[in-house]
Design a protein. Structure first.
Length: 106
């Protein structure tokens, strides 16, 4: 990894640790650059948190429906969770491994 990539990876890790989305386990250095791909959907998620359903409708199209993680292909489903006031407080993301399905399609 060249120096500039290492600096970007460290900056990405700091931003990730301070964001609303938290990883359950530490992220290895070689995977930190992949965080920039993750940040593509952090903005829409953060824009929706604390807002109403209309914000979700405008931003949900910017969230990935599928992603590559190592050798696996994951299908992602995003679901906002609302509080009693009708504001989005959490976003539930379910992931399903569809690697074998994609292999059969090829």
């Amino acid at each position: 990894m060249i120096t500039s990539e290492l600096a970007l990876a460290r900056a990405a890790e700091r931003k990730w640790q301070n964001s609303a989305v938290v990883s359950a386990k530490p992220i290895p250095l070689q995977d930190r650059l992949k965080l920039f791909k993750i940040y593509d959907f952090c903005s829409p998620v953060q824009a929706c948190l604390g807002s109403d359903g209309l914000s979700w409708e405008f931003n949900k199209t910017h969230l990935p429906g599928e992603t590559q993680y190592g050798d696996s292909v994951l299908a992602l489903h995003w679901q906002p969770l609302f509080n009693a006031k009708g504001l989005i407080t959490l976003i539930l993301v379910s992931a399903r491994d569809i690697t074998s399905l994609r292999a059969k399609e090829k």
